[in-house]
Design a protein around this ligand. Structure first.
Ligand SMILES: [Zn+2]
Length: 259
């Protein structure tokens, strides 16, 4: 088990139900825990989306982990977690907390830890886990990592069969520049994204399903602005089609193209 403060960026997370006794009101209460999947990425605590995107490479979690605390800068956590599961979680001063459904007291992580892991393993065995799939970012999390089953297939460029299609020049909130590479596997019909900072240094890589919209969503969540789009091979019709699809996904996401 590894436990220290860090930043977390992931679109693989599961909300699992727990039933525990609340210390505040004494009643048995239903709440929930959040488990992050092995494709989750971590970085140093207090990662700054405005200036660290092209500076500090992310590391893959490579294990399941229970979120013990989710705080600091929490881009989408309130919208994606607290509002959807409002009887189970609330945003408090120091971040997202599991709460009692009766008295809204926060439930300490020691109280829900075992119940959440148990629930996760049970649901996983019956294949009832549903990845929430939305990108969440938190600049200050504490995780308890554990190894569960590896039944959840992840996509990865390492498996081969991916071709580099597009290169996008991008800028972070402070005007630092980097490159986003967009890869595709015909065989798997999957996209992948690699983010590179100066000197071609890899900062982050992510796999996606066949949905380019998700990739655009990640770029937006990272606060990046795209400045130029290049084909990986100028005369490849495959790259050309990818460009049209990508531009379509960008415009559906509300991006405006400056000529
Ligand atoms: Zn209570």
């Amino acid at each position: 088990m590894a436990k220290h403060e860090r930043s977390l960026l992931t679109n693989e997370w599961y909300v699992v139900p727990v039933s525990v006794d609340c210390a505040g009101c004494g009643a048995q209460t239903r709440s929930a825990g959040i488990i992050v999947g092995p494709t989750g990425l971590t970085n140093a605590a207090d990662f700054d989306l405005d200036s660290d995107v092209f500076q500090k490479p992310w590391e893959q979690l490579e294990a399941f982990g229970l979120i013990e605390r989710l705080g600091g800068r929490t881009e989408n956590v309130e919208r994606f977690v607290a509002n959807r599961y409002h009887s189970a979680f609330s945003m408090q001063d120091d971040g997202l907390k599991a709460v009692c459904e009766h008295c809204s007291d926060s439930l300490p992580s020691e109280l829900i830890r075992l119940a959440a892991m148990d629930s996760f393993v049970r649901l996983g065995q019956r294949r009832l886990l549903k990845n929430e799939g939305l990108m969440i970012f938190s600049s200050n999390v504490v995780l308890t990592q554990f190894h569960g089953g590896t039944w959840i297939q992840e996509s990865g460029i390492e498996d081969g069969g991916y071709a580099l299609l597009l290169l996008c020049d991008a800028e972070d909130g402070n005007g630092r520049t980097g490159v986003i590479e967009i890869w595709h596997s015909v065989e798997r019909n999957d996209y992948a994204m690699v983010l590179k900072g100066h000197g071609d240094r890899e900062m982050l890589r992510r796999g996606f399903s066949d949905d380019l919209g998700q990739l655009v969503g990640d770029v937006t969540a990272l606060g990046l602005v795209l400045t130029q789009l290049h084909l990986a091979q100028a005369d490849s019709p495959y790259c050309d089609v990818a460009r049209s699809l990508f531009l379509g996904a960008l415009s559906r996401a509300g991006y405006q193209l400056a000529e």
